[in-house]
Each structure stands twice: as structure tokens, then as C-alpha cells.
Design a protein around this ligand. Sequence first.
Ligand SMILES: *Cc1c(COP(=O)(O)O)cnc(C)c1O
Length: 352
Amino acid sequence: MSRYWSKVVSCLTPYVPGEQPKMDNLIKLNTNENPYPPSPKAIEAVRREADASLRLYPDPNADRLKSAIADFHGVQSNAVFVGNGSDEVLAHVFNALLKHDKPILFPDVTYSFYPVYAKLYGIEFETVPLDDNFSIDIKDYFRPNGGIIFPNPNAPTGCLLPLHEIEALAEKNRESVLVVDEAYIDFGGETAILLTQRYPNLLVIQTLSKSRSLAGLRVGFAVGHPDLIEALDRIKNSFNSYPLGRPAISGAVAAFEDKDYFEATRKKVMASRKKLMEGLDALGFSVLPSAANFVFARHPEWDAATLAAKLREERIIVRHFKQHRVDQFLRITVGTEEECGKLLDCLKTLCQ
Ligand SMILES: *Cc1c(COP(=O)(O)O)cnc(C)c1O
């Protein structure tokens, strides 16, 4: 601690992202990146931006990208907000839409960035326990609140809430904003984006980091009623007018236009997930039902932290959370067929 620090800095407990190791030859199944490269058209679009025009600022509103997202999802451009990764979009959402007098609600087991943002912006929160199956029960959220936020499917569990339950919650929770973080929706869920046209209290957030293999480009977005989007724009334009560079805007537009590649990649990931879940099940793991590009699994006899450490010795990294209720689980990103095969071979040796 330094005497030059502001009070707010001294009180922060920053989010700790999964490890990005500097060494090669690792099977990296710890941060839910897509094992396949981005669309070749997206890569080409990023390359095309590497010219003299980089001396110029990008479009502060990224209008081309907003249109591409609006077209893809069948909404108007003024219902779309874009940011530097959905983490930045989330930060603005906490500041613009979730900071009220009453505490906000999110699950006890969820994306661990939410409490970090809440503390950064001085927002009180209450955590709502998942049920015994590690699912969200929407009835637990039927009470006064300053806002509700959770991922769907949830992270790190992978469990999906069906669209009609999202709608029932939006219907019931008219006094505050319901934020659905759909980082993993393309791996088996149905997006709530079209519901935002009927529920002005519903905001849906997505990212290009997972299903579109562009974690390195940093692009995320939100879709909701233009009033919610205006609130986000007001914060964004009081913080950083140019969150997306020229390469990010162009690459993201091309990724949205290449629908065939997107479909093919997400189908490959879903097929590998099925095999991975079956393989883990055969080794005696209990695996939560997953609609994401990761699985959450525990072995009845083997300590999760020990397993993670042993896998690491074999150059395979997975994520373990030292957290109440889930400290016996491993979160394993769905890799390529080959990577999942190697993981299962390794676990077979370790768990016998
Ligand atoms: C990965 C992830 C994000 C962040 O995605 P970026 O767009 O890369 O910042 C947000 N929410 C959840 C639940 C995630 O898992």
C-alpha cells in the first residue's frame, strides 16, 4: 500500500483471470477460449486495417459494427451498445444501470467478476444460493432489488435456464434491470435478445471471445431498450470515447458476416463437449449438464485441487476454484477432439 493511493484503490480486491502461461506445448483448458481459430475472413479484415489509416481515430460509435450486430440479431442499431470486451460492457452496466439504493442480486456461484465490479462502484449486493442441482431458481429472485445479473448458461456451472424462465423473471421484475450475460449462449442455449423488444427492463450481453474465437480482439456488446443503451453511452462517453480500435471493429464485423464459419465451429465444440462429458462420466466423474464450451465436473474420490495439480504436471491446465460449494469441482474448457482425448487419457491414469 502506498500513501499516494486513493481510498478506493486500497479497498479493492481485483479479479484474478485464469492463467495465460508463457510456455508452449500446453493443453490450455482453463479460460474457455475457443480451440479453433477465428473466421479467416475476420483475420483478413484485421490485416486490412494495418495501414496508414491507423494514424486516425476509429469511429467512436463503431456504427458499422452496431449495424452488423443489429442485422444478425434482427434488432435496430439503437438497441446495441459495443465495448472493449464484454467485461468493459459489464463494468458500464454496473455503473449505469445497477447502482441504486437497494442491493443487487446474483447467484452465490457465478462469474467472479460481478462482486469485483460491485465493490469498485460501491454497489451493495446479496448472493442468492443456487439450488441443490446448482441451478438458478427464478422464484428466489422474486423480491425487491436494485437489479439482477447472472450468466446464462451460468458460469462456472454451465447450467442453462430456459428462455421461458428468463421471460417469467423479466415479467415479474419490472422495477429494476435484469441483466443476462450470454457469454456462452451460442453453445446450446436460446438467446433472450428478442425478448428485449418486449421488456424494457431486460438487457442481454454477449461477447465475441468465446463462440467467435476472438478473445484477443476484445469485443463485447449489449442489446436492450434504447433508454438502457443511452445510459451506457453516457457512461462510455464519460470514460473512453474510442473503446474499439479500427482492427477490432473490422474484425468483429467480418466475424458476424461469416455465419457459415460460426455455425460450423460451434457445432464442432458442442460435439466435442458431448464426447468429453461421456468420457468423464465413464471415469466416474459427476458432470453437471452443460450448455457452454466448458464442463464442470467432480470425482467422488479424488480431490479436485490435487487432480488439477497432477494434470498440470502433464502439461494440461484446467481451472479450479477455491470456493465454498464448488471446491471439489474442476472447470474444463472443451478443447479440440485431440485435446479432450489427451485429457481423458491422462485422467484415466490418474483416477485408477
Ligand atoms: C468470458 C466471460 C466474459 C468476458 O468476456 P470478454 O468479452 O472476453 O470480456 C463475461 N462473462 C462471462 C460469464 C464470461 O465467462
